[in-house]
Write a protein that binds this ligand. Structure first.
Ligand SMILES: Cc1cc2nc3c(=O)[nH]c(=O)nc-3n(C[C@H](O)[C@H](O)[C@H](O)COP(=O)(O)O)c2cc1C
Length: 215
């Protein structure tokens, strides 16, 4: 079957693209707003785009009304972010943090996610994340320019934190042992050390997210 993208609606095209460009790592992004209030949200349109300089890409969709999401607003305002990778044990909290919390409400506080002070930037760093990248903004580009559907963030990595347990001799990652969590299409996820993919529904509201995280 051939799909001509110029004839497809966004709702048809999205699952075909997001369901085939897989598996995707999940960037769990902490930021602060101009007044210092923290924000946390996951994004799977995420990749390493350069190692010299070390640069990550995150694509943050616009809301239905065309407004930027809190993560984009905060990154634009403060030029800083921390990208955390998500461990399987953090799945429920990651999912809960994607709920529609009010602007200015901290998902980190609401979900009681433990943090530590970052080394080089202002956003809080998630204490239980085994990998985190402290970053400064390179560019935030509304795309496409005439009617943006997303903001493409390029972020330079200033330093990375990797849990010692993931490292073997000579700072080599233990690729044979690490259980990475990744996003597939729809509500599907997978683990690198598990055979079966599984589904997880997004919380319908901030209240539902808090209830789910409490269980
Ligand atoms: C696993 C997962 C991956 C997601 N990936 C993206 C993404 O790539 N781009 C995006 O705009 N939203 C993505 N979302 C939805 C955002 O996390 C959600 O809209 C969030 O409320 C944005 O928060 P903010 O307004 O605080 O920035 C994803 C959600 C989940 C659970």
């Amino acid at each position: 079957m051939i799909f001509d993208c110029s004839t497809l609606s966004a709702s048809t095209l999205y699952p075909l693209l997001a369901g085939t460009v897989v598996p995707r790592p999940i960037a769990w992004v902490s930021t602060v707003d101009a007044t210092g209030r923290s924000n946390l949200a996951p994004f799977s349109f995420f990749q390493l785009v350069s190692d010299a300089p070390p640069t990550l890409m995150i694509s943050v969709n616009r809301k239905a009304d065309g407004q930027a999401k809190d993560t984009s607003v905060n990154v634009q305002a403060t030029q800083q972010l921390i990208v955390h990778l998500v461990s399987p044990s953090q799945l429920a909290l990651m999912n809960a943090s994607a709920a529609n919390f009010a602007t200015g409400a901290s998902e980190i506080d609401a979900l009681q996610i433990p943090t530590v002070a970052a080394t080089m930037v202002k956003p809080p760093r998630l204490a239980d994340s085994v990998v985190s990248f402290e970053c400064e903004l390179v560019s935030l580009t509304p795309y496409p320019a005439d009617q943006p559907s997303c903001d493409i963030i390029l972020a330079k990595v200033l330093c990375l934190h990797i849990d010692d347990a993931l490292l073997g001799p000579d700072h080599r990652l233990k690729h044979d042992q690490i259980d990475w969590l990744y996003r597939l299409g729809g509500q599907w996820y997978g683990h690198s050390q598990q055979q079966d993919n599984f589904q997880l529904a997004r919380p319908a509201s901030a209240e539902a997210a808090l209830a789910a995280a409490a269980n």
